[in-house]
Every structure is written in structure tokens, then in C-alpha cells.
Design a binder for this molecule. Sequence first.
Ligand code: SF4
Length: 401
Amino acid sequence: MLVQSSLSEVLKARSELFSRTNWTDPTSQLQNRVKGEDLSKYFVLTESEEIGIRETIRLHVSTTPYYLSLSDPIDPNCPIRRMIVPRSEEAVFSSEESPDPLDEERLSPVRGLTHMYPNRVLLFSNHSCSVYCRHCMRGRKVSSSDERMEKSDLENAFAYIRTHEEIEDVVISGGDPLNLSDSRLEWILSELHSIPHVKICRLGTRNPVTLPFRITEALCKIIETYNDDKLSIFCNTQFNHPKECTKESKEAILRLLKVGVSVGNQSVLLKGINDEEEVMLTLHKKLLEMRVRAYYLYDPELIPGSRGFRTPLARGIEIVEYMRGKIGGMGIPQFVNDLPGGGGKITIAPNWYLGYYPKTRQHAFRSAVTKKIHLSFEPVGSNKESYYPTISDSEWEKFGL
Ligand code: SF4
């Protein structure tokens, strides 16, 4: 039953929740998660949010007290709140949307495993998360108990990897693999470690953002055991807004770095949350301060109810263009589109390269710093001149060089 709470009731409920949670204990954080209609006790809801909570059927609604504490109880435009609380747009589906826009199920030879690229696979280890992000592109998996991965499913997945010697790289995702117990995660890592041709393991987790206390010393010890000469373990996480870059998150990242796990960030470009140039620049500056390298900026997928989050494709290009020259290259994400229908990822970059002018053997570039056109010569005797888009005489003249 959805109740409308006043601000004083919301503040009181928050204070009670925060004091009954053993703050740095991940189990207590998970036990005290706020779910479904209970969100109405912790926010002064708008009409759109009320509809969103009542009518959302695609994806669970849940947040840890820690992540809730980063959100604003009154302002509906708070970026953290927008990632926690569904809005009415989320309940509206359109025909161009799909629960599985990347065709992951079609590319799944055994349950819970997607094999799209020749040398790497995506393993769905579990279907639960600490917080259910409203923009999640795997809502079909994380919200369905039918998607639960049993031990036998994982054994079948390992058997598949074992018999496919071309697989060198395993991405473990879900759900969130760090929502598994330590013992289950240890078993998964030990299995992968024992497969001779698997050299790389990537953990996809949002826990450094939504429940940083889950990155415990004990967990790091397990990871350290298997992160050796034989297997390199990486972690990719998803910070989407500077408000998420807290002291607690930084400490969690440092614990991972200390056991030799390098951490990359995969943001999602989200309308009204981080689709402003300065927000994205600040986020990536803070991430570098936390020693997290930029990896991807995703164009959001066409999942059901995604209209509230999707921006024009141009926004991602403009933002990356803005960032160039204002932060070191390791702080600039690659803007990517994971092509619908299982086409894999492609990067979409600003148009810095303008083309080749054969008469002078020169390439023309647009500079991110000077905003002017700069030229560079193709080597004498090159046999690649036909490779480049050609600049016509009239275009060349327009440059006014
Ligand atoms: S943590 Fe990842 S898998 Fe889980 S809801 Fe968020 S985006 Fe989806």
C-alpha cells in the first residue's frame, strides 16, 4: 500500500533506518534494504514516481540504506533518486524496445553464458544486486527468479568454457557477482583459474558504488588468491554521477587495487542524470582521484520503459568532445553503442579527422584544443591513399589555410 509521507515523516523514517543499520556491515545493509512501495516512506513522492512505483513490473525496486543516504528526499531531480525511484515513463513500453535488445539469449549456447566474441564469454553468475538501477539493461534477468543460476548451471557453463580452447577471457556479470557469498565466488574463481586457456577474468559489479562495504578484506583475500601469473582479474564498475564518488567508495576501490585488481568505469549516459558536459567531466575527474580509469560511456539500450533515460545519440559525442583537452586521456571514456541484435560494441567518436587531400598528400584534423584545422603528411610512397575519405578542392578551399 503506497502511503504519501510528509517531509518530517520521511526524515524521521530515514533517521530510524540509518540508525538501525549496522552501517559498515554489508549483511546489515542488505537486510535493511528498502523495497518496492516502502520507498514512499523515504521520499516525498511526485505523482510520476507514485505511478512508477505502483505500475513498474519490469524490474525489482530496492536500495541499500547507504545508497539511499546519497539521495535527496525532496528533490525529484536528484540524480541518485532518479536511479532508485521509478517514474511513470518506466511503465510505458514501445514497440521499438525489447527486453533483450542485444540478443544475448540467442547467443547463449548453455544457460547463463553468452558467447558473442570468439575469444571471450559473458557468464551470468547470479541474478541479484544490492540496488536495482532503473536503467538496468538486464532487467529481464535480475528480476526473474526463473533466471536463478544453480550450481549445476554454472558447472555446465564451466564445461562449455573448458571444451572451447579459444576462450581466453570471461566476464562475470549478472546481476552482480559480488552479491554472491564469498564461498560461491571463490568456487567460481577457482574453476576459472583451473581452466588452462582462461587468462583473464573481469568482474562486473556495481557494489563499489551501491554497497562499498561489500568489498571486504576477506573478499579481497579470495580475489588475491586467484589473481596471479595464470589469471589476471579486473573489475569494471559503474559510477554514473559525481555524488556517487564517496569516501566509502574510494576506500573500497583502494582495497581492490591493493590486491592487484585494476578498476575501470563503465558509465551509462542517462537523461537528466549525467547528460551534461560538466557533470560528466567532474565525474571522471573524481574517478581518476579514486584511481579508477575511464572505460566506456554507454548509449543506453532500447529496453522496455527506457524512454525516460535515453538521450539523442549526439549527446554522447558532444560530451566526449567537450572532455577532450580538459582531462587526461585515461579519464575520457569511449562512447559506445552495443549494437541491437547482437552486433557487438562499436565506438562513436567526435569527428576529429576530416579527410585526406591527395594533391598535397595532407590529412586534415580538427583540434580539440585550438579548435583550428591542423595538417599532417602521409608518408612518401604510401600505398594507403585510397583508404582515406578524400577532401575535394572546394572543401579544401573552405578551410582557408
Ligand atoms: S547493479 Fe547492474 S545488473 Fe544490477 S540492476 Fe544495476 S545495472 Fe542492473
